[in-house]
Write a protein that binds this ligand. Structure first.
Ligand code: BV8
Ligand code: ZN
Length: 270
């Protein structure tokens, strides 16, 4: 990481907001990268923050193919619990502000590391209320780590909408209706490669973007954390929204120290 940019040490949030708004207003192409922090105010626990632990286990221990091979019941118990939490959550003001940006600003791509589906739901909500005849798909995100509400067969790879999961015993775990293989959540685990086409689309858009808006991620998981680096390498700017400092903060052109649901409506308002 480069040396911290001292010109911003004492910048107030309002100064940073003003600079962030100016950068976004001039941008023709915008890429947004979101992480668990954008869903925090919807009640979805983050990975590394308070509540990020589950029964004193770390995501890196459970979100791996090895953990699933070793104890599919335990991994399904964690995902069934997370599905039940997400089912009670709704998009927050940050998701809605990002959906409005993507529906209003032609060349905006939302790339999310989240698997909770809240960006999709925000896009549907905003498009349904819009007076303009615009479909929600422009605000649908690129889900680089998959979707927790979808199942995938470990045998034949068939994808199906996630059904109810009885994780009380290995014998009761969901199985594929086609080949009988064990189903798994349709997410990318640590040590698994991301879909190369999805990844290429994210990096191509980031390299061309004038601004990469990075919201609610600890910027430690690769290759997703490299998306804003592609924008910087292409001569674009990075605007970060995060209450905490992250490894990206020192390289961001603007770092907004605040919560997504509070900062984004102000940053993205017309
Ligand atoms: C890959 C889906 C090629 C599942 C996730 C050694 C061996 C093997 C691999 C590696 C290795 N060393 C490094 C790697 C690569 C590894 C990696 O990066 N590891 C890290 C831990 C060092 N990456 C991979 O394995 C990737 N694949 O590289 O393939 C390969 C193949 C084989 C071998 C080697 C390489 C796959 C990574 C995908 C893992 N799947 N999720 C599921 O969800 O169950 S990752 C998961 O954590 C999330 O999806 C997210 O991407 C990631 C990071 O989490 P964040 O979203 O950033 O959330 P976090 O809690 O960390 O931070 C929240 C942030 O929000 C904080 O900054 C906080 O301050 C802020 N916040 C809090 N409240 C708010 C807020 N912000 C705004 N508003 C608020 N209110
Ligand atoms: Zn199958």
């Amino acid at each position: 990481m480069g040396a911290p940019r001292l010109d911003r040490v004492d910048e107030s949030l309002s100064d940073a907001l003003r600079r962030g708004r100016a950068l976004l207003a001039q941008a023709e192409r915008i890429v947004v990268l979101t992480g668990a922090g954008v869903s925090a105010e919807s009640g979805v626990p983050t990975f590394r923050g308070p509540g990020g632990l589950w029964k004193s286990r770390r995501p890196e221990e459970l979100a791996t193919p090895e953990a699933f091979a070793r104890d599919p019941r335990l991994v399904w118990e964690w995902y069934a619990w997370r599905r039940s939490v997400v089912a009670t959550c709704a998009p927050n003001a940050a998701h809605l502000a990002l959906a409005r940006l993507a529906l209003r600003h032609r060349d905006t791509l939302i790339v999310t590391q989240n698997v909770d589906g809240l960006h999709h739901r925000a896009a549907d909500d905003v498009a349904a209320r819009s007076t303009e005849p615009v479909g929600p798909d422009r605000a649908y995100p690129l889900e680089v780590h998959g979707a927790i509400h979808r199942d995938r067969c470990s045998g034949c790879g068939r994808r199906t909408p996630g059904g109810p999961v009885d994780a009380t015993d290995e014998a009761t775990l969901p199985r594929c209706g086609t080949c009988g293989g064990l189903l798994r959540p349709d997410v990318v685990w640590f040590g698994e490669s991301l879909d190369p086409d999805v990844l290429a689309r994210a990096f191509e858009a980031a390299a061309r973007a004038e601004v990469c808006l990075v919201v609610g991620t600890s910027s430690v998981v690769y290759p997703a954390a490299a998306v804003p680096e592609a924008t910087l390498a292409g001569g674009g700017a990075v605007v970060e929204v995060n209450p905490d400092v992250t490894p990206l903060s020192a390289r961001a052109n603007v770092s907004l120290r605040g919560k997504a649901a509070e900062v984004l409506p102000a940053l993205l308002s017309l």
